[in-house]
Design a protein around this ligand. Structure first.
Ligand SMILES: [Zn+2]
Ligand SMILES: [Zn+2]
Length: 288
């Protein structure tokens, strides 16, 4: 049987719109063979998914998380962690710290909206948002839509929520890599295409960044992602081979929050080659 793989998805534990249960149903119905849930700043889904082992009936699940990190001038690098021990204290501590940073970042977004855009978010909205365990810009964005400042997240987020300085409220990249590895996992650089778009980087710049991160412990790179086209994928495979990195791939599914379907591993229909993901399955231990 041809494997069907998706190693990057979000649930309501962070900023996705599907509960773990709803996602599990889609994984089963969709004929997936291997998957990982990689919520931002939390590993709650790794615990929750255990309830559905029976329904998953042999489908392999890998513990996962996605950490927003800062590294020097780069204030928003996403790092995927896979196969770690979900009960290990350093992982749990890092998730708690990341959650608290997220709340502080949300407060900064409210300040920014008030100071730069003269938008005062009413207190009941602010309180509700600060109650969300892994609050992020989509949550604040949705309130802006409710308040009538736009129709879609892709419209309001760039317009109102960008350029907010939050470097000090991000986990340091090396700390994240070390924590994931100390807890038995591997660390993979998420969606390099977004680094290119966010920081005006070329493929060559990604090559240099990876060359710097590999000796610091980076294990992998996400070659397949819903935002990456055939030519991006080819470039990232070359980089992975050059630095002997484990290749990973996932859709970055967020449910209704992004127009991305489960298992969508490229932006242009390029199909994932399961052979390239083989090393991941050799080196990373599934949770079940
Ligand atoms: Zn990400
Ligand atoms: Zn993601």
């Amino acid at each position: 049987m041809q494997p069907k793989i998706d190693l990057h998805m979000h649930t309501t534990c962070s900023d996705g719109t599907d509960s773990v249960e709803a996602l599990v149903n889609k994984i089963v119905k969709g004929g997936f063979t291997h998957f990982s849930i990689t919520d931002h700043a939390t590993i709650d889904a790794c615990f929750e998914v255990e309830k559905y082992k029976k329904e998953l009936n042999g489908i392999k699940f890998y513990n996962g998380t996605e950490v927003s990190c800062e590294h020097g001038m780069l204030d928003d690098l996403h790092l995927l962690g896979y196969g770690f021990d979900k009960n290990a204290k350093p992982m749990l501590d890092m998730s708690e710290k990341a959650k608290s940073y997220r709340k502080q970042r949300a407060r900064k977004m409210f300040e920014h909206l008030e100071n730069k855009h003269n938008i005062k978010v009413p207190k009941h909205y602010q309180d509700a948002i600060l109650d969300i365990p892994t609050v992020g810009s989509p949550h604040v964005g949705r309130v802006l839509i409710e308040m009538g400042f736009g129709d879609t997240l892709s419209e309001v987020i760039p317009k109102y929520l960008q350029g907010i300085k939050v470097t000090e409220l991000k986990i340091n990249l090396l700390e994240a890599i070390n924590t994931i590895k100390t807890c038995g996992g591997i660390a993979s650089l998420a969606h390099p295409i977004r680094i290119m778009k966010g920081f005006n980087y070329t493929h060559k710049d990604i090559d240099l960044l990876v060359g710097e991160l590999k000796p610091l412990g980076l294990d992998g790179i996400e070659i397949y992602n819903c935002n990456q086209s055939k030519s991006d994928i080819e470039e990232f495979i070359t980089i992975a081979n050059k630095y002997k990195l484990i290749m990973t791939g996932g859709s970055d599914y967020h449910g209704k929050n992004k127009p991305v379907s489960l298992g969508m591993l490229s932006s242009d229909g390029t199909q994932a080659d399961p052979n390239l993901l083989e090393e991941f399955f050799e080196k990373v231990k599934p949770a079940f």
